[in-house]
Design a protein around this ligand. Structure first.
Ligand code: ZN
Length: 211
């Protein structure tokens, strides 16, 4: 796939996020990270920045507790309470509660990113999310504008150069997690998700180069 038009760089979900994976029983939240990377397509739930856009890739991302450990310690290793976020958003959210939950509400109904890089809330809850995670800070707005500029610029390139750059900036990470090899101590309540994990899809040859 080499069509720039098909790439939506900042797609807030139009539907509720149904969990695809269900690992159980790890004692450390960080052990869930490979599952969350796949679950959330290697990008931050809140700002939608991708691993590919960070020099250190997944090291710039962390496991976020939607209901914070300080509020709900018994959920600190409950997969369904965990999200995948960049370290910046995770730090900004801190121990706050009451944010929009992508598992219950389509974020696209509340937040929108425009092609000039700006972000706006469509509801008061959307603006609250923007304020908490500082999603309208100038550095991030300028970064998003640059991503849109890159996409526009790619259309002017020849096919080979365009394909190479598309894969570099809009491809999947090279280190897709091999979830089938993991053995969560408490099992996996959604084993069917592994078949559609990105690693398995790449192995079968039915994963697009870019997204
Ligand atoms: Zn983020």
């Amino acid at each position: 796939m080499n069509d720039v038009h098909l790439i939506v760089p900042f797609p807030y979900a139009k539907s509720v996020h149904d969990r695809r994976h269900g690992p159980r029983g790890y004692a450390e939240p960080a052990r869930y990270k490979p599952w969350l990377r796949d679950e959330y397509q290697f990008r931050c739930v809140y700002c939608l920045c991708r691993e590919r856009w960070c020099p250190d890739g997944e090291d710039s991302f962390s496991v976020e507790h939607f209901r914070p450990q300080s509020v709900s310690p018994n959920e600190s290793c409950d997969y369904d309470n965990l999200m995948y976020t960049c370290c910046r958003c995770n730090a900004a959210k801190r121990d706050l509660t009451g944010l929009l939950n992508p598992a219950e509400i389509p974020l696209a109904d509340h937040v929108e990113i425009l092609e000039d890089g700006t972000i706006r809330g469509l509801t008061e809850d959307g603006w609250h999310l923007i304020r908490v995670c500082q999603l309208d800070r100038p550095n991030l707005t300028e970064f998003r504008r640059g991503i849109f500029d890159i996409l526009r610029g790619l259309e002017l390139l020849g096919e080979i150069a365009r394909g190479n750059l598309l894969r570099r900036y809009f491809g999947f990470p090279s280190n897709l997690p091999h979830l089938a090899a993991l053995r969560p101590p408490g099992g996996n309540s959604r084993p069917d998700g592994i078949r559609n994990s990105f690693y398995e899809r790449r192995s079968r040859g039915d994963l697009l180069d870019v997204y």
